[in-house]
Design a protein around this ligand. Structure first.
Ligand code: ASP
Ligand code: MG
Length: 447
C-alpha cells in the first residue's frame, strides 16, 4: 500500500487532475490511498472570512464557489448536476457557520476544513470517471487529534484504530480512498486542523497508521535540491536523503518538507518520496533511513538574516550556572537558540526568530553586557558524516578566504551532519554559490 499526497497546485487545473488520474492508474496495483490539499489559494480565502464584512464575506464565498465550479466545468464540460449542488451545499454550510454569534478557533477549523472537503470531492469524482473506483473520505473519520485548534497534534493509537477500520475495507475492495489532508477531529468529535501546510503531515500520519510501503508527496518541484536554485546555478536533485539530513535541511533554511511532516514516517520506518506532478516520470528524492553512513556533503542551506546576541561578563570567569541562567531566560520567552559559542568571558548565540527579544535583553542586562546584531546570516553544509570528511574545514576556509569572507561564528561537531557558519548577511548568497560549486559540484559525490 502507498500514500499519494497531492498539494494545492497539483489539484488546481484540468491538466493536473488528468495527471493525478494517470499516476494513480499506474500505481493501482500498489493499492494507493490519495490525500489532497485544498485547491491553491482556497485555504487563504477561507481564513480571510473572519475579518471580512458581511458584504465581503459574500464575495469571498462566491469566489470560492467560482474557483471550484470553473475547475469542474473545465474538467468535465458537461458535469453531472450534483457536482455543483455539492459545492453550493458546502458554501451554504460555511455561510451558516459564519452566522454564529461567537467566532472561535474551533469554528475557524470547521470553516477552513471545507477547502479540502471540496477538493477531495472533485478528485474522487475525477478518478471514478477515469475508471478507477474511488471514494471521498473526510479525515475527521480517521485522524484523531488533541484539542489544539489550528495546529492540532494527532493521537497515534486512536488514529491507527480508526484509520484501519475505515480505510481497509475500501482498499480490500479495490476502491481508492481520496482523503482530505490538513484536517482531523478531536476525541469529542470537533473538527481540527494540523497547521498550515498540514496535508503533508496527514499523508505521513496515514502512512504510519496503515504501515504503508511508501509515502509519496507530489508537488511542483523535482525533489530536494543541493541548494536554492534562485541563488545557485546548476543545483542538482538529490536522489536519496536521510531522515536526519532532511530534518536538518528544513531546520536550517531549505524549502523542503517540514521535519514534523516526516516524523510519523521516521517512527514507522517508511520511506518518503518527493515527486513532481509536472514531470511524473522524474525520479524525485527518496527520504529514508540510510543504513550505510557515507561521508558526503549533500546540500547547502542558508538563512539570509539571523540575530546574533553577544554576552560579555567578567563575572562569568568564576561563576557557576551562568549559562544555565542565560538559557533559562531565552527559554522563558520561547526563543529557540540555533548556535552557541562560548569563551572564558563571553557567549554568542544565534537566533532565528527574534520576537520578544527586547524582553530577553532587558533581563540579560541585569547581569551581563549585551549586544545584538542583525547583520548576519548563516550558511549550513549538511550531509551524513560531513564532519569526518578529510580536510573539510581547510577546504571551506580556503574557499571563503579567496572571497574575502570572514566567518564570525562556527558550529561543528555538535552533530556529525551539519557544519554551520555565521557570516555577514550581504555575503551569504555569494558564499553559498561558491561553496556549492567547489564542494558539491566538483566533488560530484552528491548522487
Ligand atoms: N490547505 C492547507 C493549507 O493551505 C493545507 C495544505 O495545503 O497542506 O495550509
Ligand atoms: Mg504544501
Amino acid at each position: 500500500m502507498i500514500i499519494a499526497k497531492f498539494g494545492g497546485t497539483s489539484v488546481s487545473t484540468k491538466d493536473r487532475i488528468q495527471t493525478i488520474c494517470d499516476i494513480i492508474r499506474s500505481e493501482q496495483k500498489r493499492k494507493p490511498v490519495v490525500v489532497v490539499s485544498a485547491i491553491r489559494g482556497v485555504t487563504d480565502l477561507l481564513l480571510s472570512l473572519h475579518s471580512a464584512s458581511r458584504e465581503e464575506q459574500k464575495n469571498i464565498l462566491s469566489t470560492i464557489e467560482q474557483i471550484h465550479s470553473d475547475l469542474i466545468r473545465s474538467y468535465w464540460q458537461n458535469p453531472p448536476l450534483d457536482f455543483s449542488w455539492y459545492m453550493k451545499r458546502c458554501i451554504r454550510e460555511i455561510t451558516a457557520l459564519l452566522g454564529r454569534k461567537r467566532y472561535s478557533a474551533a469554528l475557524q477549523d470547521r470553516i477552513v476544513s471545507y477547502g479540502e472537503i471540496m477538493s477531495s470531492f472533485i478528485i474522487s469524482k475525477a478518478l471514478s470517471f477515469a475508471g478507477i473506483p474511488a471514494q471521498q473520505v473526510v479525515a475527521t473519520k480517521l485522524i484523531v487529534t488533541d484539542n489544539n485548534f489550528g495546529s492540532a497534534e494527532f493521537l497515534p493509537k486512536e488514529t491507527r484504530q480508526k484509520t484501519k477500520k475505515t480505510l481497509i475495507p475500501f482498499i480490500e475492495k479495490g476502491i481508492v480512498p481520496v482523503v482530505t489532508g490538513f484536517i482531523g477531529s478531536s476525541i469529542s468529535g470537533k473538527v481540527t486542523t494540523l497547521g498550515r501546510g498540514g496535508s503533508d503531515y496527514s499523508a505521513a500520519i496515514l502512512g504510519y497508521a496503515l504501515r504503508a510501503d511508501e509515502i509519496q508527496i507530489w508537488t511542483d518541484v523535482d525533489g530536494i535540491l543541493t541548494s536554492d536554485p534562485r541563488v545557485v546555478e546548476n543545483t542538482e536533485v538529490l536522489s536519496i536523503v536521510s531522515y536526519r539530513e532532511a530534518s536538518e535541511l528544513a531546520a536550517f533554511g531549505a524549502k523542503v518538507l517540514h521535519p514534523r511532516t516526516i516524523r510519523p514516517a521516521i517512527s514507522a520506518g517508511i520511506p518518503v518520496r518527493v515527486l513532481n506532478t509536472l514531470r511524473p516520470t522524474a525520479k524525485g528524492t527518496r527520504i529514508e533511513e540510510k543504513s550505510v553512513k557515507q561521508r558526503h556533503i549533500a546540500a547547502i542551506a542558508a538563512k539570509r538574516k539571523i540575530t546574533l546576541v553577544n554576552l560579555y561578563s567578567t563575572d562569568m570567569l568564576l561563576s557557576k550556572g551562568f549559562l544555565a541562567r542565560v538559557f533559562s531566560i531565552f527559554a522563558k520567552h520561547n526563543i529557540s537558540v540555533d548556535l552557541v559559542s562560548v569563551s572564558e568571558v563571553s557567549v554568542s548565540v544565534s537566533l532565528d526568530n527574534d520576537e520578544d527579544l527586547q524582553k530577553v535583553v532587558t533581563e540579560l542586562k541585569e547581569f551581563t553586557q549585551v549586544t545584538v546584531s542583525q547583520s548576519f546570516g548563516m550558511v549550513s553544509l549538511i550531509g551524513e558524516g560531513i564532519v569526518g570528511i578529510q580536510n573539510i574545514m581547510k577546504n571551506i576556509f580556503s574557499v571563503l578566504d579567496r572571497l574575502n569572507i570572514m566567518v564570525k561564528m562556527i558550529s561543528l561537531g555538535a552533530t556529525d551532519i551539519n557544519i554551520s557558519l555565521v557570516l555577514a548577511s550581504s555575503q551569504v548568497d555569494e558564499a553559498v554559490a561558491v561553496l556549492h560549486k567547489e564542494m558539491i559540484l566538483k566533488k560530484g559525490k552528491t548522487k
